[in-house]
Design a protein around this ligand. Structure first.
Ligand SMILES: [Zn+2]
Length: 405
């Protein structure tokens, strides 16, 4: 067992990070051996690709396991076992369970990382390690930082204390300012092979092997979504209904109804994911402000409560957008399967469980139509990311997906 076990299908990344952790250990030992000259040798002092450095940018498509990789790296840096990242020693276990005092992690569900959060992190980065060899600061969604906030971060990343390591995660290197990018060593995750994702679901989540394989394929190797499909039977059913809905539309009226249903389902799903936390946050805030239960919020404190409500509203919108975006990804996979069938391509299908529906649509339409539908889904997806009305965007899409008489 090692901390790298859950970083699936990323051999090159694991090799690079492991080498860096070894080099970091050598540096730390050197530093400890010559305590009187501490600070004279810093992590950037040694050259070579395997060498340790103070700032890392871990990129990879959604679901490829960026934060897993970052956390495993943090564990390997703190590890005191024979091989860095052994997974058995106390530091390794503490980092993996999120309780190591020298690994500070910022993962935000908000739309943006606030200036206060970044200032706190910079403060954390200035401390010396409590128990570990390094002070590791993980920022999971570094792309959610406004430019002004990023600029505050820049200096700390450029000249951190000798024992501090920054690890930023973003979907792609273009998601952070060039000034940040140029100061970080880039680590790029690829989309893991479905087989590797399936194995992980079986090993880690105890999923049924057949189901895990279908889930890995249907989610196109998005680890989180695959897990969702492999452990929640309701998720399969929702996906199936979504993909089969356009096939059975008979009229524009049907299309409008189907659009309404899709958007409504997305809202319900997003609400389920956020309601409980919203209530808890509100209760915590009221308690912090010295109010109990249902007492009326005094005018002086209303601004703070309103701020929280605004944040929650934004988060709910983001959750809904994420659900709809996933629906678009699923629809795309369906029409790509249709197109591949029409073109006689031997690419493996994503939707093996919907073979009949894919075949039927492939038989009754032509490749031009599939291309037009794929373009329509892409367009809808782009519109959903703007402030456009989700319902109107999805209605327009459903009308285009409707089988032609
Ligand atoms: Zn260890």
């Amino acid at each position: 067992m090692s901390v790298w076990d859950d970083v699936v299908g990323q051999d090159k990344v694991v090799a690079d990070l492991e080498a860096a952790a070894r080099s970091a250990r050598a540096l730390a030992e050197q530093r400890e051996g010559r305590a009187d000259t501490a600070g004279a040798t810093d992590a950037t002092g040694s050259a070579g690709t395997a060498a340790m450095t103070h700032a890392w940018l871990v990129t990879g498509p959604p679901g490829s396991g960026r934060s897993n990789a970052a956390r495993a790296f943090a564990a390997a840096l703190q590890c005191t076992g024979a091989v860095p990242g052994c997974g058995e020693c106390k530091p390794c276990r503490d980092v993996m369970s999120g309780t190591h005092p020298d690994v500070v992690r910022l993962s935000t569900e908000r739309l943006i990382i606030t200036m206060e959060e970044v200032k706190d992190l910079i403060g954390e980065a200035q401390r010396r390690p409590w128990t570990g060899r390094w002070r590791v600061i993980l920022v999971e969604d570094a792309d959610r930082m406004a430019e002004r906030t990023t600029n505050v971060l820049l200096k700390s990343i450029e000249e951190p204390p000798p024992q501090t390591v920054w690890v930023l995660c973003t979907p792609s290197a273009d998601d952070v300012l060039p000034t940040i990018r140029s100061r970080c060593r880039l680590v790029t995750l690829r989309v893991p092979p479905p087989q590797a994702v399936a194995e992980l679901l079986v090993r880690r989540d105890g999923a049924d092997p057949g189901l895990a394989e279908r889930a890995a394929r249907a989610s196109q190797s998005h680890i989180g979504l695959a897990r969702h499909l492999a452990v929640d039977p309701g998720a399969w059913e929702r996906r199936r209904r979504l993909l089969l809905a356009p096939v059975s539309l008979r009229s524009v009226g049907d299309a409008v109804l189907a659009a309404a249903e899709l958007v409504e389902n997305a809202e319900t799903e997003a609400k389920e994911a956020t309601t409980e936390r919203d209530a808890r946050e509100r209760a915590e805030l009221l308690r912090a402000l010295g109010m109990e239960g249902d007492t009326k919020v005094p005018p002086a404190l209303r601004a703070q409560v309103r701020q929280l409500e605004e944040d929650q509203k934004r988060r709910a919108k983001r959750a809904r957008t994420d659900v709809l975006d996933r629906a678009m990804t699923d629809l795309l996979s369906f029409y790509r399967d249709v197109l591949a069938t029409q073109l006689g391509s031997d690419v493996e299908r994503v939707n093996i469980d919907l073979a009949e529906a894919v075949d039927q649509v492939a038989r009754t339409t032509g490749p031009e139509q599939s291309l037009a539908r794929i373009a329509a889904i892409e367009e809808c997806r782009a519109r959903l990311r703007t402030n456009a009305s989700a319902l109107l965007a999805v209605e327009a899409l459903m009308v285009q997906l409707r089988p032609q008489a």
